[in-house]
Ligand binder design. Structure first.
Ligand SMILES: Nc1ncnc2c1ncn2[C@@H]1O[C@H](COP(=O)(O)OP(=O)(O)O)[C@@H](O)[C@H]1O
Ligand SMILES: [Mg+2]
Length: 241
């Protein structure tokens, strides 16, 4: 049975899709990982993985029996697979449709990550209720942190176990934290009321441009994702890069 993670944020542009791709790469060294692009109309995982020219099917084709589950996937590597996002879905689409999709792939993977749209709309709620674990991504500024807190509140309102919710702080810069230009880790955690799963540096190797794609990640970025992957695997490793 796969462990299913829903990756959420309050604000957009904080790094949900970047997180999904890089944690997928880190975990797929030893585990089978499926990424599900859930950002309807604004899909990006196909591009971030360099697979955009290969997209033929999306996960709605599986939900509505237009494509076999094996054929709908794209392979980023032997162990890292992608289900691309549909461009639209009927208004009648509901939680049970998405749960059916997850159950199709549950036995085939160790980890499934669902890349949600920003905020807490209909789809974020559908994905969160299909996932056993939630990761909220935020950047260390008050606007993003307040939005992450709001997402946490919504998750609790819908009955999510607090122990299943974790915070990842992205685009962090310890020098900026020291000189007060970014909130420090303690303040960031206090403001969201979420437990910290990991910290990712602000690093130009993670900046995506269509022109050149993604650079290979720098050493400290690899280390940050390696540590988060280890913690997801249940190992006790340091929190910081
Ligand atoms: N740690 C980071 N350091 C530098 N740039 C980053 C980092 N994480 C993400 N980015 C950049 O920020 C932008 C938004 O990231 P993205 O993953 O698309 O966010 P989201 O999915 O939350 O909207 C992208 O241009 C991405 O390359
Ligand atoms: Mg995204």
């Amino acid at each position: 049975m796969a462990k299913v993670f829903c990756v959420l944020s309050g604000k957009g542009g904080v790094g949900k899709s970047t997180f999904c791709v890089n944690i997928g790469k880190a975990l797929s060294e030893n585990k089978k990982v499926l990424l599900i692009d859930g950002d309807i109309s604004f899909r990006s995982l196909d591009m971030l993985l360099g697979l955009d020219s290969m997209v033929v099917f999306d996960w709605a084709d599986v939900v509505f029996d237009r494509c076999q589950k094996e054929k709908a996937r794209l392979f980023a590597s032997e162990n890292l697979h992608l289900l691309s996002s549909p461009l639209s879905l009927p208004d009648s689409f509901e939680k049970s449709d998405f749960q059916k999709l997850i159950s199709e792939y549950n036995e085939m993977y160790d980890y499934i990550f669902i890349d949600a749209p920003a905020g807490f709309g209909k789809f974020a709620e559908i994905y969160a209720s299909a996932a056993g674990e939630i990761i909220v991504i935020a950047t260390p500024d008050d606007i993003s942190l307040r939005a992450a807190y709001f997402v946490g509140e919504k998750l609790i309102e819908m009955g999510t176990d607090e122990n299943k919710m974790r915070l990842v702080l992205n685009k962090t810069d310890f020098r900026q934290m020291r000189n007060g230009r970014q909130r420090n880790l303690d303040t960031a955690v206090d403001k969201t009321y979420l437990r910290l799963l990991g910290v990712i540096p602000n690093d130009k190797s993670l900046v995506f441009s269509g022109e050149k794609g993604v650079d290979s990640a720098s050493k400290r970025v690899n280390e940050a994702f390696f540590n988060i992957a280890q913690r997801i695997l249940g190992k006790d490793v340091k929190l910081y890069y």
